[in-house]
Design a binder for this molecule. Structure first.
Ligand code: AMP
Length: 422
């Protein structure tokens, strides 16, 4: 099965070829035909399943004919990074269509957005707050909207955007097509879906659990030893790009800084940074300039970086839903990945919810130097060594050479014992 089945306009097929997609993902196979038929769709899909193209391609197909320079498709998403990601997907997939796309989000000057809107665009990817601002100022005309997409609806709910969404809905024409995508379906999102969608085709890709291509490990650790554990893992594990999650912006900043000072190619991404700096950090991570990105949940939503090999939850996420979203940054589009979660004695609640969702997929790894509380002897122990990597790929050449001279009198990491408990 390939993309020809969808009979997309040749200018759109050219975009699919340019981006290198050959086989549609399951969400694309199930969603594209009903969206092309003009039906409303409720898409329940794990993050990283290819849902952006699942709605962008049929939108391009609809818009390639008809009026230009009027907003005919409105895509609402919770974070700037997600709106940028959608905008970029439209840019690549629709390059030959000459349809114009724009992003709207807060934290940046509104004037350039107003000028872009005045010049006329066809597709807008927006965050709710700034979109409402434009509506209230009268600087956006939504009267021509034919397709509305609510992307990552559960996160919009988590972030308190539902009241804004409801106000925006009142300003949209009736009779439009609506698509709602969500990784999970809490009651508030279900009720939003009932309000927005008419007789929707329901598309569900697997259960709403973390991607199956990811392996999951809990590391019990004392709070004050987390940074040392993180460095130990980075020093002894073969990784590609690594995404480290913290609970607070301040901690993302501090850990990013500490790693950088210790010679790792690391940077931070959090909401206290200017948009410009956020983009630089993200671009640096994408290009490989930084191998480790330390981020908060909100900033990391929408991070689409191919080949993230490890997600490390320095702070455990609050819920199983939040875990699913974080872990969706690795194992994307059927690649494999590892998720490591640091669990302290204060984390029993969220650890329990995540354990319930993961069941027997979850491994526990006790690193003796870091967890002094666990009754190791009572468990079934499966030894497995990470192996010490002398040429740790996560540290820069200069840092490695500094370490070599420091290391002469130190016990080697090989003397540490890593114990996996199933
Ligand atoms: P998304 O869930 O839309 O964020 O997509 C996750 C990743 O899968 C992105 O890097 C997409 O570029 C990629 N992707 C989407 N559709 C396909 C496809 N049909 N074949 C290969 N990769 C894809």
């Amino acid at each position: 099965m390939n993309f020809e089945k969808f009979n997309l306009h040749s200018n759109i097929s050219a975009g699919v070829q340019a981006i290198g997609y050959t086989v549609p993902t399951p969400i694309q196979l199930q969603s594209i035909p009903p969206i092309l038929d003009g039906k409303d769709v409720l898409g329940l899909a794990q993050t990283g399943t290819g849902k952006t193209a699942a709605f962008v391609l049929p939108i391009l197909q609809r818009l390639v004919q008809g009026r230009r320079g009027v907003i005919r498709a409105l895509i609402i998403a919770p974070t700037r990074e997600l709106t940028e990601q959608t905008h970029q997907a439209v840019g690549v997939l629709g390059r030959k269509t000459k349809l114009r796309s724009a992003t709207i989000y807060g934290g940046v000057n509104i004037q350039p957005q107003i000028s872009t809107l005045r010049r006329g665009v066809d597709i807008v990817s927006a965050c709710p707050g700034r979109l409402l601002d434009h509506i209230n100022r009268g600087t956006i005309d939504l009267s021509g909207v034919e397709v509305l997409v609510l992307d990552e609806a559960d996160l919009m709910f988590d972030m308190g955007f539902l009241p804004d969404i409801k106000k925006i809905l009142k300003r949209l024409p009736t009779g439009r097509q609506a698509l709602l995508f969500s990784a999970t379906m809490p009651d508030a999102v279900r009720s939003l879906a009932n309000q927005v969608l008419k007789d929707p085709v329901r598309v569900q890709i697997g259960p709403t659990t973390p991607a199956d291509t990811v392996s999951h490990t809990f590391y019990p650790v004392e709070t004050h030893l987390k940074t040392a554990l993180l460095k130990n893992i980075l020093n002894t594990t073969e990784t590609g790009p690594v995404l480290v999650f913290t609970r607070t912006k301040m901690r993302a900043k501090t850990i990013g800084y500490k790693l950088e000072k210790s010679g790792y190619d690391a940077t931070a991404l959090h909401g206290n940074m200017s948009q410009n700096k956020r983009q630089k950090a993200l671009d640096g991570f994408r290009s490989g300039r930084y191998k480790i990105l330390v981020a908060t949940d909100v900033a990391a939503r929408g991070i689409d970086v191919r080949g993230v090999s490890h997600v490390i939850n320095y702070d455990i996420p609050d819920s199983a839903n939040a875990y699913t979203h974080r872990i969706g940054r690795t194992g994307r589009a059927c690649e494999t990945g590892d998720a490591f979660t640091f669990v302290t004695s204060m984390d029993k609640g969220p650890a329990f919810s995540i354990t319930r969702v993961l069941g027997n997929k979850l491994k526990h790894c006790v690193m003796e130097d870091f967890d002094t509380s666990l009754p190791v002897c009572e468990r079934k122990v499966v030894r497995k060594s990470h192996g010490v990597q002398r040429n740790n790929p996560n540290r820069s050449a200069k840092a490695k050479s500094n370490t070599r001279s420091r290391q002469k009198n130190r016990p080697t990491a090989a003397t540490r014992r890593n114990t996996f408990i199933n």
